[in-house]
Design a protein around this ligand. Structure first.
Ligand code: SF4
Ligand code: SF4
Length: 704
């Protein structure tokens, strides 16, 4: 029986394998040329970006990483490699969603095992294969079959999800159906070929067939052939084996033009992701040198941003995490990327064919639309979810910059707020408060009064100082610091807006003006460390001010409070029976990775039942106020805060704890709108702390 099997293998090696090799060699040139053309097209498209993209630059960046703008995109190779391999092989990010994650894991690892096993067997055929064959030949066979099994299961899950479950985030194009069908065709034809060989050898479950369980199963299909089937089957064998090879080679070409290009574009895009600035920092505009502000046509994007468009696999994870989309607005981050990609391709349909500007759709107002651009709260949930590290926020802000700085087009209510930043130094039009009203009778010192040797400057922020509700938070923080004996001071009337709303809204000019003015004031007092109560201020001071020479150590009030508790300077008692859910602010959590300290403070508060909201930490859901939205009118039925409050209501808590003045306002508004303000309260963490520490009635302590 073994001899019969071996005889069949030899026939395969001598009669069938050489024609395949010759055919492959003949057509390889053609396939390589077609694939090369696809690659060249992508390379050419990437070169359209405003930063040059060429092999010379790549070579220079790799060999001399200390020079040139390319080095900024290629520095820190170790981190880049680690993440790329982590995402590709260990599926970090992809596995954050179980069904699609494991589905992709099975297909990916299945393909690797299948191809790896085939390559080993290929070299066994062309090298010296013995009779009986070497153990490695048999192991390779089994590994290939395990790989194929993975692909069958993963592919089956993909088909069930795409055609039966049909999650709204997936749009099915002919490409998707073709690829799935193709994969199954390749697998089935491959196993039919193997099944034929086993069938003709009359092998039964012996040691040999055990190494090819799937092939053996397929062989049973052909046992229905009548009588002496060998010649008959051999014809089919040849036809099938050539068909399978042709399918594999065609898939190789197809990979250059279809969704399959993510096989190589995804790792490249992950490797080249932006590391040269912190994730909380937008790219600055050189206001003196720039020929235009912002992005109005596709060529204004950098090559990396164009690469992002090509790399997107339409998985829809970004859309599924976008608060704007989930609250019924037009913005879908997936659609923004796809619309820009379509625009790129319709503008440059083939290499060397450029559409004249006058025949193009306007990118900002037609391909994407202004409404979509203003829907974004810059919460970064899309980027956090994207398995291939596509950067949406930069592109959206780039286009807003064009609207604001070049066209003076922005929503009316936002216009008022930005005007206020320029004239009053804060966006709160109509407020009756001054920057120092909240600190009356508290004994808080200002820098101008000569605060002496302070541990840090408390940057109160526009909202905590000028919004009635938030002044209570400003007071609570000051009381906590005083009770713990911390020496701090504020700027008082010298404080201005940090500039975050201006920058996120696209008014880079206003931002840079505010930023430079603030840096001057801070430097004049020789400030080294800043504590903010607002995550937006924290992000801007920490990540964006260094772009303009403002280098300060910046901490958030929850970090300071947690530290005071750890040092034993602040003792918390009970908040009996309260169920509290902490809401992660986007700019504290996703942008600055501060997740633990607010939770640690609640841990130290006895009698509290801590509840996690269904979307928390990295996946937290925006309150709806970032990116200038604090001052944008939203239709009542499409409010992001209303959507978030539904999750709070579902969590059945007494308190939703925040650590951001915007979040506090948004929660209180939404709780009122849902008529639950009597049963669920919104509180800043500092307000819970003064209650638990018994400081509510203590106006001042150590600063007298
Ligand atoms: S930043 Fe937030 S609001 Fe803007 S597209 Fe991404 S997920 Fe949506
Ligand atoms: S941008 Fe990223 S998350 Fe969104 S569809 Fe494309 S690949 Fe998926």
């Amino acid at each position: 029986m073994q001899e019969l099997f071996w005889e069949s293998q030899l026939r395969f090696i001598h009669d069938i394998f050489p024609p395949i090799l010759i055919g492959t060699a003949v057509f390889l040139f053609l396939f390589a040329a077609l694939f090369g053309f696809s690659l060249y097209r992508l390379y050419w498209l990437s070169r359209l970006g405003k930063e040059d993209f060429g092999w010379v630059q790549v070579w220079k960046a790799v060999t001399r990483p200390q020079i040139g703008k390319w080095s900024r995109q290629l520095g820190d190779i170790g981190t880049r490699l680690k993440t790329t391999l982590g995402v590709a092989f260990a599926h970090i990010r992809t596995l954050s969603e179980a069904y699609p994650g494991w589905m992709h894991f099975l297909i990916f690892w299945g393909a690797l095992l299948l191809i790896g096993g085939k390559i080993v067997r290929l070299f066994s055929y062309t090298g010296e294969i013995t009779d009986p064959p070497q153990a490695i030949w048999l192991y390779a066979s089994l590994i290939s079959e395990i790989g194929a099994m993975f692909i069958f299961i993963g592919g089956g899950l993909a088909i069930y999800r795409r055609y039966v479950l049909k999650p709204p985030r997936l749009d099915t194009k002919p490409d998707d159906t073709l690829i799935l069908g193709w994969v199954f065709l390749i697998l089935i034809t491959g196993f039919m070929a193997k099944g034929f060989r086993i069938a003709t050898s009359e092998v039964r479950p012996t040691d040999w067939a055990m190494w090819s369980p799937l092939g053996y199963a397929f062989s049973h299909l052909f046992l229905i052939f009548p009588g002496n089937l060998e010649n008959y089957v051999l014809v089919w064998h040849r036809a099938i084996i050539h068909t399978a090879t042709a399918l594999v080679l065609a898939a190789y070409v197809f990979a250059g033009r279809s969704r399959l290009q993510h096989l190589w574009l995804a790792p490249i895009n992950i490797f080249l992701r932006t590391l040269r600035r912190p994730k909380g920092a937008l790219e600055p505009i050189d206001l003196e040198q720039a020929e235009k502000y912002g992005v109005s046509k596709i060529e204004d994007f950098s090559w990396k941003k164009l690469l992002d468009l090509e790399a997107c696999v339409r998985c829809g994870r970004c859309q599924d995490n976008c608060p704007a989309w989930l609250s019924g607005k037009k913005l879908s981050p997936k659609k923004v990327i796809q619309d820009l990609k379509t625009h790129l391709h319709e503008t440059y349909p083939t290499p060397f064919a450029i559409k004249p500007l006058e025949n193009r759709r306007d990118m900002v107002t037609e391909a994407v639309t202004e409404e979509v651009l203003w829907d974004c709260t810059t919460c970064r949930a899309c980027q956090q979810a994207c398995p291939i590290y596509i950067e949406h926020v930069d592109k959206i802000v780039d286009m807003r910059r064009h609207l604001v700085l070049e066209e003076s087009k922005f929503p009316e209510t936002l216009q008022d707020a930005l005007k206020g930043l320029g004239t009053r130094g804060h966006p709160w039009r109509g407020t009756k408060l001054t920057r120092t009203d909240w600190m009356k009778d508290l004994g808080v010192k200002t820098m101008a009064e000569g605060a002496g040797d302070i541990e840090f400057l408390y940057w109160v922020g526009c909202t905590a100082a000028l919004d009635e509700r938030n002044t209570k938070v400003a007071v609570a923080i000051a009381k906590i610091l005083q009770a713990a004996g911390v020496n701090f001071a504020v700027l008082g009337e010298e404080e201005s807006c940090c500039g975050d709303p201006a920058r996120r809204s696209g008014d880079e000019y206003l931002f840079q003006t505010l930023c430079q003015r603030n840096i001057e004031v801070l430097k004049s007092y020789n400030v080294k460390k800043i504590m903010t109560a607002c995550p937006h201020g924290l992000n801007t001071f920490r990540n964006e001010y260094p772009q303009f020479g403002g280098n300060f150590e910046v901490v958030h009030h929850t970090q300071v409070i947690a530290d005071l508790i750890r040092q034993g300077k602040l003792k918390l008692d009970k908040l009996d029976g309260l169920a509290i859910a902490y809401h992660d602010s986007c700019y504290l959590g996703r942008y600055n990775d501060i997740y633990q300290e607010p939770r640690e403070i609640l841990e130290h508060t006895k009698g509290v039942r801590k509840v996690e909201l269904s979307r928390c930490r990295e996946r937290s859901f925006c309150c709806g106020a970032g990116g200038g939205h604090m001052w944008l009118e939203e239709p009542p039925d499409k409010r992001v805060n209303a959507r978030r409050v539904e999750e709070v209501i579902q969590a059945k808590v007494d308190v939703v704890a925040t650590a951001c003045p915007y979040c506090l306002i948004m929660f209180e508004d939404a709780l009122k709108a849902k008529n639950v303000e009597e049963t669920i309260k919104a509180r800043d963490i500092s307000e819970l702390v003064i209650e638990a520490a018994g400081l509510k009635e203590v106006p001042r302590a150590s600063q007298e």
